[in-house]
Write a protein of this length. Structure first.
Length: 327
């Protein structure tokens, strides 16, 4: 099969087109003939070595759409030819065939999602829903602040927050161009990240927000605590800026009625796959209902995966990019 793989960590240039044997499904696994693969920052982290060193030719790619090619033992409810979307906790999506655990495979019938859109859904939508409803414990009437508001997760999270009852949704971005793009997803206002704390306090008449979604880290994360309303939560789901980890004292959390929480889709896939499945099904339902749309802004051939990752790593992306795998 055609694939894009890397044998050493490094920049986008380590990604190379290769020919690899077709994988075979084991017990509880589904083999998918891939039509589209989403491009995500987690795959950049994989290439950079954040998930450990590569073992031989390593194929990244955390979400795909396509058709079921075969199933291993103990898999029910899926048959060859079914169109599906899948989250791949072990990677493998940048290839013509990919393996997924059965609980992470979702039939598209009845959802109204084409394969192109579905290839951009399982990771982004699940993360957006999970960080809001799972880690963030959003409730009706909450005010929400979303960092990286123009990205794939951010744009989905803004729409989901509204659907889940948020009274106001604000965002932060790195450039004015991204602010203009993000505004189409229903934000009450979008601020430049530099100096966002003052802008949030002004927008909320000094009260602050109930929930902050943060995939950035570093100074942005630290400043987020300063804009929390009483019992407000900072929900962490990434480390895009690659700053050194924060060392946070506990006493200010207690004295100011603040909380810190986190969402990691990979951990859920390993330890609570049924919870992860519920999050994905709930998020896909929001898309099927029309409450949420996924904005695909770029499509690349599989062989151009390095170019797609280079733009994402440089922060030049808006919305969601996909790789077109099936010719």
């Amino acid at each position: 099969m055609r694939a894009v793989a890397f044998k050493e960590t490094g920049g986008p240039e380590v990604l190379r087109p290769v020919e690899l044997p077709d994988p075979e499904p084991g017990r509880g696994e589904v083999l998918i003939q891939v039509s589209y693969a989403g491009v995500n920052y987690g795959e950049v982290q994989h290439r950079l070595g954040d998930f450990g060193p590569p073992e031989g030719e390593t194929v990244t790619g955390l979400e795909v759409s396509g058709t079921v090619a075969a199933s291993g033992a103990d898999v029910t409810g899926l048959k060859p030819g079914d169109e599906v979307a899948a989250y791949l906790p072990d990677g493998g999506g940048y290839a013509e065939y990919a393996l997924a655990p059965a609980p992470s495979v979702f039939p598209l019938e009845g959802l109204g999602l084409d394969l192109r859109t579905a290839g951009a859904a399982p990771l982004v939508l699940t993360t957006a829903y999970g960080v809001l409803a799972g880690a963030g414990r959003i409730t009706s009437g909450d005010t929400v602040l979303i960092h990286a508001a123009a990205g794939g997760v951010g744009s989905a999270a803004a729409q989901l927050a509204r659907s889940l009852g948020a009274a106001a949704v604000y965002g932060t971005v790195s450039t004015q161009e991204k602010a203009q793009y993000a505004s189409r997803f229903g934000y009450d206002d979008v601020f430049l990240r530099d100096g966002f704390a003052d802008a949030v306090r002004e927008a909320t008449s000094g009260r602050g927000v109930d929930l902050v979604l943060d995939p950035v880290g570093g100074p942005t994360r630290l400043a987020s605590f300063e804009v929390l309303a009483p019992f407000g939560r900072v929900a962490v789901y990434g480390e895009a800026a690659r700053h050194p980890d924060l060392t946070l004292p506990v006493l200010p959390l207690w004295k100011n009625n603040r909380a810190l929480t986190g969402y990691n889709i990979g951990d859920l896939a390993r330890r609570a796959p049924e919870t992860l499945r519920r999050h994905t099904l709930a998020a896909l339902g929001e898309v099927a209902s029309g409450a949420v749309r996924i904005d695909i802004t770029a499509e690349y051939d599989l062989a151009d995966a390095a170019k797609a990752q280079r733009l994402l790593e440089a922060g030049e992306n808006r919305g969601k990019a996909v790789l077109r795998v099936r010719r």
